[in-house]
Ligand binder design. Structure first.
Ligand code: NAD
Length: 291
């Protein structure tokens, strides 16, 4: 079975549009997201364009700040300070990667945690680790959990989840969220021994590796739910044209698993939808704190 992330994201956006409209009517607040893009990375341009379009489609305010690649870290920090102090801005997202002369972690830590809709600030990661309510949770991991729950009837309790990858952006937060859902969680990574055998134990297998078609069919337990986070650009063997594939060998794994997210059209669309969800959540929390 294919887990349709495009449809799930469209459903989530419709629900958010209703909530945004209700918030406007009840409190006169329109959630607003500001995306900061430094430099001219082609992939980032596409992501930002999609974010802006979808933010507006759900009725939120979308602002874009474009800065040249030569922007200094000090100038970017000043820009963030202005946004942190601007009450009309509920969410701030600095598009990564940043030019090499800028320290990404210094920038992430400079966004005030209540507006950190990417959920990368140490305060939000700490809240997630502690299982506290109100944490802004990284978007891609949130999307993974929603898709797994949607397929498995909402309850992941007692499932053995194996996450391949331990990045701060995907692997670690997705593992913490699976733990919150009462899964037994194994985190595998580049130094894991017998990776295939570890993966064979998974009822839920999350691949966040960044290696094209890495997970093979004989690593996957029959009937497992496979969430493929990877986005890898490769050359199509037949046409020679570039195409996107995940971290899972889709065709062969589909024959074994119970359900799988496709690439594209799986986790990817959920990421932006969850960003909008975080922006609404940030606006609601800020409204509550100023009451
Ligand atoms: P990363 O490079 O930061 O982390 C990759 C992880 O894979 C590391 O923790 C590493 O230990 C592990 N790894 C590498 N080689 C391995 C091996 N041979 N065996 C086992 N583990 C190995 O990458 P990331 O930022 O976590 O992203 C992972 C993938 O997800 C990439 O393809 C990225 O493009 C994609 N991604 C997709 C979305 C989305 O919206 N769908 C969002 C973020 C990232």
């Amino acid at each position: 079975m294919i887990i349709d992330g495009k449809q799930a994201a469209a459903n989530l956006r419709s629900e958010l549009a209703r909530e945004v409209s209700a918030l406007k009517k009840s409190k006169g607040i329109t959630p607003s997201l500001t995306v900061v893009l430094v430099g001219e990375d082609a992939a980032s341009e596409v992501y930002v364009r999609n974010k802006v379009k979808q933010t507006r489609e759900v009725g939120m305010i979308s602002n874009e700040i474009r800065l040249p690649a030569t922007t200094t870290q000090t100038d970017l920090l000043s820009q963030l300070s202005l946004l942190n102090n601007d009450n009309s801005v509920h969410g701030i997202l600095v598009q990564l990667p940043l030019p090499e002369h800028i320290d990404e972690s210094a920038i992430i830590e400079a966004i005030t945690p209540p507006k950190d809709v990417d959920g990368f600030h140490a305060m939000n990661s700490g809240r997630l680790l502690n299982g506290e309510k109100g944490a802004l949770v990284p978007c891609t991991p949130q999307g993974c959990i929603m898709l797994a729950k949607q397929h498995l009837g909402g309850d992941l309790s007692g499932k053995h989840a194996v996450v391949i990858g331990r990045s701060n952006i995907v692997g670690k937060p997705v593992a913490l969220l699976l733990l919150q859902e009462n899964c037994t969680v194994t985190i595998a990574h580049s130094r894991t021994k017998n990776l295939a055998q570890v993966c064979q134990q998974a009822d839920i297998l999350v691949a966040a590796v960044g290696r094209a078609e890495f997970v093979q069919a004989d690593w996957v337990k029959k009937g497992a739910t496979v969430i493929d986070v990877g986005i890898n650009r490769i050359e199509d063997a037949l046409t020679g044209k570039p195409k996107l594939v995940g971290d899972v060998a889709y065709d062969s794994v589909s024959e074994v698993c119970g359900a799988i997210t496709p690439v594209p059209g799986g986790v990817g669309p959920m990421t932006i939808a969850c960003l909008l969800k975080n922006t609404l959540e940030a606006a609601l929390q800020q409204a509550q704190n100023t009451q």
